[in-house]
Design a protein around this ligand. Structure first.
Ligand code: IMP
Ligand code: MG
Length: 193
């Protein structure tokens, strides 16, 4: 697995330093307010679990799952397939947590979906931000790191379902994602966002 990585962008220690900084910003923003962290599966599970343990104020945890089509490196069409209950959403302050803000379509759709279902406030926090790829006008309220236009994996981020368990963030060798054997996913949506 490590051999497929061309270069490491953020080491474990750098990641933890970035999370500590953002956790401090979130703590200040939500001090004295009840709120729920909504982790976007699957990609944000590693980030969200490190993040919430550094926010020393009361919070609840919920999950949402969005599917993008195919196993490639471009974000395709999005389906919402698992959603918190009405009770977890209506009248609540939410902090959506995702692994990466790329085109912005996932976050933009999710924020609208939560607002439509009666959330009081919907803020967002992303581990990585790739502003050069933005297709919709959307900015996260909190972010750990900005990355250039590279396909990155690790620390929850996948390529074709793999590499989420790398403890750092790295850029994949283009030879890996250019390999047709690795990208021949089904055209069906897969819950891998
Ligand atoms: P967006 O809807 O284009 O903002 O992309 C959201 C999803 O695309 C993320 O939650 C990731 O699952 C996936 N994605 C975008 N860029 C990358 C990347 O560089 N590595 C791994 N996954 C990515
Ligand atoms: Mg993904």
């Amino acid at each position: 697995m490590h051999d497929d990585i061309e270069k490491i962008l953020y080491t474990e220690a750098e990641i933890i330093a970035g999370i500590n900084r953002v956790a401090g910003e979130i703590t200040t923003a939500f001090l004295g307010k009840k709120f729920t962290v909504v982790s976007v599966l699957k990609g944000s599970c590693v980030f969200a679990s490190d993040l919430i343990r550094r926010i020393p104020i009361p919070l609840e945890l919920a999950f949402v799952s969005a599917s993008s089509y195919g196993d490639g490196t471009l974000s395709g069409q999005l389906d919402l397939n698992f959603f918190p209950t009405d009770q977890e959403v209506r009248g609540r302050r939410l902090l959506l947590v995702d692994d990466i803000l790329d085109t912005g379509r996932t976050m933009h759709s999710l924020v609208s979906a939560f607002r439509e279902r009666g959330a009081l406030e919907v803020l967002s926090c992303v581990f990585l931000d790739k502003p050069s790829r933005r297709a919709v006008d959307y900015q996260a309220d909190f972010r750990c790191f900005e990355v250039e236009n590279l396909f990155v994996v690790g620390y929850g981020l996948d390529f074709a379902g793999e590499y989420r368990n790398l403890p750092y963030v790295g850029a994949l060798h283009p030879a890996v994602y250019d390999n047709p054997e690795r990208t021949k996913g089904s055209p069906e949506p897969s819950p891998q966002t």
